[in-house]
Write a protein that binds this ligand. Sequence first.
Ligand SMILES: [Zn+2]
Length: 355
Amino acid sequence: MRSGRSFLLLVGASALIAPPATGAAELTCPSSATLEALVACIRDQMPGRSSGAFVAPSFNEMDAWRSAVSAMMHGACDFVLPSSLWSFARVRSFRDADNGRPYCLLMETADWNGDGVVDRGFGALIVDARAERELSHQVSHPIADAGTEIQAITVFKRTRSRTFLLAGAHRHAIPGGRWLHGPSMGSDVAHNPATMFHTAHAAIAAHYGWKPWWAIQWHGMAEDTCEGVDVHLSHGVSAAPAAGDKILELRSNLLAHQPTWRIGVPGSRACSLDATTNVQGRLLNDGLHGGHGGWSHGGWSHGGWRAGWAYDGSPAGWGLGRPAPTHARRFVHIEQHPGVRDADRWIAAVLATWP
Ligand SMILES: [Zn+2]
C-alpha cells in the first residue's frame, strides 16, 4: 500500500467468489516481454468480429474500474482490485525488456469457459508513473483498424507518454452492433460511453481536471476511404483549426519528416471523418458523458444518449453540479490509410508537437 487511496480499494476484496468452470483459465500474457508483445497478446485473446462475446459492464464494475484507473494515475500499482473486478481482472507491474522501464498494467484476464478468449471484452490500461508527456494514446478499434494497436503502444513507449488505453473487443463483436442493440449495448467503445474504455478515459480526464493533457486516438481507414489524403487529423469537431492549433502543428511536424504525405484537417474538404460522434471526444469537447452519472438515470432509450449526462471535471467527484470543463482541442483523432500506420514515421512529429 502506497497511499490512503489504495487502502480504500481493499474494502470488499475478501468477498467469496464462485469457483470457475472446468477448463477455466486466466489469460495474463505471462510470456510477453515487451509492451508490443503484451499488446499483441491482449489483442489476440479479445472477442473478435461477430463473436457475440462482448458483455456490457455493470454500474458497480464501471465504478470499480474508475477507482482502479484513478489509483493508477496516482502512481499506485500494488493495490488489491475491488471485489467487483477481482474475479476477472488483474493489476500488476510490467517491465519492458527493451527499455527496462516499469509500467502498471490493468487488464481483463478471466476465461472461465476456457475458449482462449476473455469472457467480457473490457480491455486494458497501461500507465507510466514516470512519464515525461501527459499524453494518452488510445486504440478504440483494435483488430478492425489493423495495426493501430502496435503503432500506438510503440509511440506511447518511445515518447514516454503517461497512458495507453486499449478497447477490449472488436468494434463489431456483437453482430448488428449498436444499430440493432442500441448504443449502450455495442462493443464500439468510440460510440458507447457505457464501456470500460470510456470509463477509463473519463477517469483520466477527471484526474487531470484543468491541467493540460491530450488524448490521441489512433484509427485506421480503408484505402478507398478519403482517397485524397493519407492522414486526416481532427479534434472531433468539424470546425477548421485556427492558427496555433495542435493538429496544425502536428501536421507541419509530420510533413517535415514525411513530405509526401497528404494530411487533411477539418475544412480542407478532402475528408469528412471528423469523429464528431466519438464519445471520448465529446467528453472533452462538451463535458458530457463522463463517468456513470447518466447511466443510472436510464437516459439511453428516453431522450437519447446525451440525456442526463454531466461531468464536473474534478478529480474527487462526479455530478456535483460544478460547471463542465472545456477541454476542447485536447482530443486528437487520427485517421490513417494502411500504409502510414507505422510508429517510426510518427514519433519525431509527436515529440516535436508535445516537447
Ligand atoms: Zn476506428
